[in-house]
Write a protein that binds this ligand. Structure first.
Ligand code: 13P
Ligand code: SF4
Length: 306
């Protein structure tokens, strides 16, 4: 079906179903263009919880839809491709976390939202890249902290807060593709550009950045900056999002290879199909959801770092 027809079909079905479409900043351009709301992980959790609509088409990856389903069990959360996962989230298993908690009794578990519901059920407080610094600062100074799954986000937060943390050894295979040499080369070619890097990037590259920010933080930062050119050290979908928001500025991806294949599994065809069939619905076993909800609620309540 031609793109325009598909877009019209989605609009019609959305109205009939009383649904809202949420999309992450890394979604393919055509999916970003049909979304009612775009955002980072924290924004999307908040939008899903606040939405008046009972049906949410969540264009993102599994842990994001799962988080929305835990926060709003009364809503139908639909992920157009249920295989859109997050390899970093899969690097942390609940049984291993339970074993680590046993080795560190009394430690506070701070878990990145990029994690499974089972891991969140063993967590004290979740965070996103947007509020991780504030979340860690909220932990009493005499408490040990276990932080996972992202060792790079954890290491960056440890540096920002001065808190020693026990770091899980997970990482994002997409952000792993951003190297310091690429940033050095781009800086040499564009000496006036501002370098923004996501905290999931390795520390050798974040050390070269002017600003280390989650995707929502990048949008806010550009909004306040007088600069005209930005080197963007995160998943490439972010360049489209920034360009859409700021058409008069120039955005250069730090690496064209930093592409999240899971984020790109969502297509217009799958969005239309999921609106038609009202599935696949993402649900979480109530026993797990009830244990995970408090950690997510705390995350949603804690403001962004900047
Ligand atoms: P943000 O919360 O910064 O949008 O990041 C989500 C993510 O998955 C980064 O890889
Ligand atoms: Fe997971 Fe990385 Fe994709 Fe984000 S970019 S969803 S952390 S694999």
């Amino acid at each position: 079906m031609p793109r325009q027809e598909l877009v019209q079909k989605i609009g019609k079905l959305k109205a009939e179903r009383g649904a809202i479409i949420l999309a992450h900043n890394y979604q393919p351009p055509e999916v970003q263009d049909i979304a009612d709301r775009l955002g980072d992980s924290l924004d999307l959790s908040r939008f899903a919880a606040a939405a008046g609509e009972r049906t949410i088409i969540f264009c993102g990856v599994h842990f994001m839809a799962e988080t929305a389903a835990i926060l709003s069990p009364e809503k139908k959360i639909i992920l157009p491709d249920p295989k859109a996962g997050c390899p970093m989230a899969d690097m942390m298993r609940a049984e291993e976390l339970v074993a680590m908690k046993r080795r560190h009794p009394g430690a506070v578990v701070v878990t990145y939202v990029n994690s499974t519901a089972d891991v969140k059920a063993e967590t004290d407080v979740c965070c996103t890249s947007a509020n991780a610094v504030r979340v860690v600062r909220s932990v009493p100074p005499d408490k040990e902290i276990i932080f996972g799954p992202d060792k790079y986000l954890g290491g960056w937060v440890a540096g920002e807060t001065g808190r020693q943390m026990i770091l899980w050894q997970g990482f994002c295979p997409t952000h792993q593709k951003i190297f310091p040499e690429q940033i050095r080369d781009l800086r040499a070619k564009h000496p006036d550009a501002i370098v923004m890097v996501h905290p999931e990037v390795n520390p050798a590259a974040t050390a070269l950045a002017d600003a280390v920010l989650g995707t929502g933080g990048m949008i806010a930062y550009v909004g306040h900056s007088p600069a005209s050119t930005f080197i963007v050290g995160t998943e490439v979908g972010m360049v489209y999002r920034l360009q859409k928001e700021f058409p008069d500025r120039k955005f250069i991806p730090a690496s064209k290879h930093a592409l999240c294949p899971n984020m790109k599994m969502i297509t217009l065809e799958k969005v239309a199909k999921s609106l038609e069939a009202l599935e696949p619905v993402i649900s979480v076993e109530p026993r797990v959801a009830d244990r995970a909800r408090n950690a997510i609620r705390l995350m949603v309540e804690i403001p962004k770092n900047n």
